[in-house]
Design a binder for this molecule. Sequence first.
Ligand code: BDR
Ligand code: CA
Length: 318
Amino acid sequence: MNRRLILDVDTGTDDAIAIMMAGLSPDLDLIACTTVWGNHDVDTTTENTLRVLDHIDHSDVPVYRGLGKPYAPIPFLFPDYADSDRTIVHPHDFPIASRTSDVRATPAVEWLVETLRAATERVTLVPVAPLTNIAAAITLDPRIVDAVDEVVLMGGAHALGNVTPAAEANIWHDPVAADVVFQAGFERLVLVPLDATHEAIVSLDQTRALRATGTPAAVAAAAIIEQRITGYNEILPTGAADTAPVHDALCIAYLLDPAVLDVAPYRVQIDTVSPLSFGKTIVDVDNRARSAANCHVALGADATLFNDLMFRTLSEGR
Ligand code: BDR
Ligand code: CA
């Protein structure tokens, strides 16, 4: 039986690739997308999510609009935060233009709680956005964690940062929500931080190959990733010319083939209080705290396998 998953997204360019891979893989059953604020306001992320699903002929996948501001207020002002960087990588002018389907009436958090309470088969939860919706759902009913076999979440960083020198955007946007998720008692939590996504980079040669296949998903993905490459060249070059990470898509690749990530168990804590490292995921790689691991962290990734999984899923629907 196919693995059933819920994708929580702030679509977003890399979210778009994750949605297309999850929707098109015959080995995955994408039961819904829930949307949240992050890359844009929640109305825009919801609109973009609907457009992506329509584009790949999957308007049958329901979309539920989630929360539009953090679970806990951000306690500091960040004068150095370059908000313009976000709009370079996630432009308002989303490359997929039209949609016919509509968002469902039920709010995402309510839907998550109802669905997980009623689940007779366990579900995989894949948050690739600020953890606002997931923390709110856990707060409403902490027992919903029992319905989840695995959480695979894109967020955090060990040796890197993007939104600040210390912190990654998904965690930094709502660190208290992330802390709630890390402490909720999920049976298995896999963290896919920047350390892994910055190894799974995509080059212009690979986008050209995608485009050449001619499928709607591959052609759109090529355009989106090329937009990201232009953005990364400008604001955060990866070290390899004309390449970019496609963070969120790596979570879906992991569901298709776990060998794509180099995963090991570590204790991870979220900094929710310090001005300089606010929102940082502190990964205790040498077990300095002498405490049990609370998640599996990917500190590396196989770029060749990632590109292969993305290419196969988007070009052949498998
Ligand atoms: C994460 O933040 C968002 O901008 C991306 O969609 C991704 O989920 C990367 O830091
Ligand atoms: Ca995202």
